[in-house]
Write a protein that binds this ligand. Sequence first.
Ligand SMILES: [Mn+2]
Length: 366
Amino acid sequence: MKMTFRWFGEKDDCIPLWQIRQIPGVTGVVGALYDVPVGEVWPIEKIAHLKRTVESAGLELEVIESVNIHEDIKLGLPSRDRYIENYRETLRRLARAGVRVVCYNFMPIFDWFRTDLARELPDGSNALFYDAGMACSLTPQQVVESVAGKSNGFTLPGWEPERLATLEKLFAQYKGVGVDDLFANLKYFIDAVIPVCEEFDIRMAIHPDDPPWSIFGLPRIVTDEANLARLLALNPSTYHGLTLCTGCLGANPSNDLPAMIRRFGGQGRIHFAHTRNIKRFPNGDFTEVSHLSCDGSIDLYEVMKAYHDIGFKGYMRPDHGRMIWGEKGRPGYGLYDRALGISYINGLWEAIGQSVTRDGASKRSF
Ligand SMILES: [Mn+2]
């Protein structure tokens, strides 16, 4: 397992690389270019600059999150071929720069979705929150306005203003696009990019839908074990794999996360792990919490045990954190709570490894 930390770049992240370098166990950052329009080829010089910046801070750049998928690809429009060709070229350029994994999602219109970016928790910290009732009663535009007003001035990835300005048109385009269409459009995309991935040794890791159910009537397909199995079967190459995000998939209580890790990780199909906790409420609401198992609904020990049991060698990051200690940062992406999360994950990993080594095979077969 290689521990990483998401970084939004010199201009868009208030956390400097030297601070990330001091988090115990972190070997690299998960980066991206945020100023290249979705669908365009990433310029070589910008990739090289990002790589130089990260490496001169003593960190690696082996994971990109995300190279976003143009909406025309998800919609299956004739114009998708041009965007797919651009994507293939971006993959070649990233692979030549040493990138080994590309995380992406295939969610129509919206990326991750919350109703509140700073819901106060009992200890006075705050975190991202999903109010199920509000998600049903508000229009997409109302949610966008309420989210945009509370982002501490940051542009949130997936919620770029220019994209959201065309909401109405996008919704009209998705009329008549169902789950099977989305699977077919994903297959068309994956079948086109995987030969490049195999040639250049760079893995695709699709991120689950966040939350893992339909919103505003839009289809969503990266939601549960059955759908993950279906989407992996679209192309048998192990270069076509998953970003296993426990926080996203864990919002649905019927998702058995350790079982999914054992199944898909055991098949060599998990390339990137997002590890975090959430707390679910009976009415369908959920809040993000600290990584600690007892603070939320997900047993992080069992998650890490599953990764350990399959001999996970991929990349991991703590995903989101709360805002604590008065930090004012990008919602979900402060320094302190994510660093605490990493230390907790690393502690679990070391303890699980020690118990296997010291107690022998009996525990290993658990
Ligand atoms: Mn995630």
